[in-house]
Design a binder for this molecule. Sequence first.
Ligand code: ADP
Ligand code: ZN
Ligand code: ZN
Length: 757
Amino acid sequence: MFCVDVAINLPVKNIFQQFTYSIPSELEFLESGWRVVVPFGAQKVEGFIVGKRPLSSLAPEVCSKLRAVEAALGERPWFDQEMLATAQWLAQYYMCSLAEAMRLFVPGKTSIRRRAVKDDQGRLIRYEYEERLREKTLQALQITEAGRQVLALGGGPRLQPQLKALELLAVSRESLTLQELAENYISPSTAKTLAKKGWALIVPKRILRNSYVNPQQKAAVFQLTEEQEVAVKAITNAVQEGKQETFLLQGITGSGKTEVYLRAAAQAVGQGKQVLMLVPEIALTAQLVERFRAWFGDEVAVAHSKLSQNERGDVWYKMYMHQANILIGVRSAVFAPFADLGLVIIDEEHESSYKQEERPNYHAREVALIRCRHTQAPLILGSATPSMESYYRAQQGEYVHLRLKNRANGSSLPVVEIVDMREELKARNFSVLSRKLRQALVETAAAGEQAIILLNRRGYSTFVMCRDCGSTITCPHCAVALVYHSAAEDMRCHYCGNTAPVPRECPKCHSRRIKFFGTGTQKAEEELMALPEVRVLRLDQDSTIKKFAHMEILQSFARGERNVLIGTQMVAKGHDIPNVTLVGVLAADSSLNLPDFRASERAFSLLLQAAGRAGRGDRPGHVIFQAYDVENRVLQLAAQQDYDTFAQGELQAREAFFYPPFAEMLKLTLWDKDEGMGLATATRLVSYLQQLQLEDKLGEVMILGPFPALVPKVRDLYRFHVVVKAKKLELVKKALWESEFKNLKNLYFDVDPASVV
Ligand code: ADP
Ligand code: ZN
Ligand code: ZN
């Protein structure tokens, strides 16, 4: 007799412990990894089995009180050993409950749905449950033993159609649906006859839905460049040996990283292994999916964020059953089950969309690394502008650093020019387009070529800038811009809480033309439309609410139906359109001074990506950055497309201010409907940590806050942040885990936060 430990799958933050249940004899096959239904209080809920032990290991009085597992869900354990281990790591590392970590692996987070059972008068009696994942099945035929005998004996002409059908069924690995039979010229009436005679059995067959259907193109096979060759060789060696190694594939835009991914994937698939490829946003990577489809055809499954729960379930099933070899998906695909994972690729590994901004705040790159370690699968991190974390690890020798320094097709990087918008104002040009960009647009359109205009509008109106010298007002302690708070009409530092009044004049040049930065995106669009021969297409959040709208807009632009594409970040990413020869970035300096330690890194990579869209074909590209703060070092380096110099400077600054990758970071957010109470709790938390710091129990650590969040009140709840930077965050996590704060319902932990505001 056995009992099992179950993690209860409820969306409640603070159920940290597991619960023990007995298993009835008919469910004795249950083991770790199964999803089950268990009674919990008066409800029936889903749980995940995380351990199994003999009933005799419990005290008799505990035994007698045990409740029993009610039912098993699915046909097999959902979690294998590797997934269980990853979930355990995740709960510990990201400071969440085991159930919270495990539900990430289940499509739709929970696999049962509650159904109210009511009596005649409509009063609620109880809740029942039903399985949520509905498998789509069709009737199919499977040959029986009798059928095989008939086939062996053969028969006269009247039996020929039936014999032909039996033959087909006999050689087919699985059952065949009526439609599949019809495709082989076997009529439904013949099929029915087989069933009636007992020569075949009617069985349900699971049909996998695939919402991502795109015609296949032919694979282009290139002669690899020397740089590509070196990279491919290093990676395929690791794949061949089944050795966990992480490769940072740093290649400039257009250097042919995709070709390297394809060859590495081909090696893994050739060895009968599976490949996981993560992308930041499926809609922006249509070209990449097409290239994989062209190489691998039906071997490729795609999991994007707009799949229904059932569709996602089907994709997961396919991977587990080894019916597909390659899974291309967004962040959450890192939790897919695999039969035999042999390689993971993360494209654009620096993208912030890999970090989940809600609980549990995992980073797909870190989860992937853990899964790779558990399965001995090599990991490729690809980017033109690697994250500081990955770049640093590569420099430290933790990752193998592979570089592609040239464009694969021999084209050169575009020429980037910075236009000083202060000069435009002086010349009384009040347009959002500089004279130079306007001129270039007109010429590009006239030449039958295309242009992309990036509106870099993140963080407008939040910081204070001098119109004359372009400098922003920054915190003396943290080297980040101060944020203007309209309520208090002052400026604040979101790292240390320092506040300052808005100065009347610029501290640097004493000009009085101090402005809160902002500009009109509509104005830009209108001005573009007024230019001769310019036909504008817009790509932004508003225009892409529909399922595949992104892709349609980009494809329409790629086909040349319009000649100017204008939009936010999305226009800068992923696509490869040879006819684009001009890229303009409006307000290129606007996000350089956001109050966040990753502001420069993000801005730099966006500028480089945007520039990289130009001149990918046989004509050279031209890029214009419009800016006020034209001397800005980051802007200058972006114009020179010099990532390494940027990264070295950025790493020095990170080290000096004790930011990642030199420190591990934890952001704690406290929510309270009472402002005073919230602040008091947050202060108590800080004191607790400071006390431990004094006792030297936390190692090298910096504790900042509490300070109000950038948006201090959300839905009537006040938010306070505490930020901890530590050499060994483990010690801080442990201290919090052993404290009263662990169980606070209104305290949230964000490990390795993407930002601090
Ligand atoms: P990245 O992902 O590094 O920006 P891509 O993989 O999109 O670059 O490749 C850029 C272009 O170069 C694509 O049009 C691709 O077809 C082409 N390309 C890739 N490898 C080669 C090669 N070895 N020879 C010629 N062209 C190549
Ligand atoms: Zn000034
Ligand atoms: Zn500060």
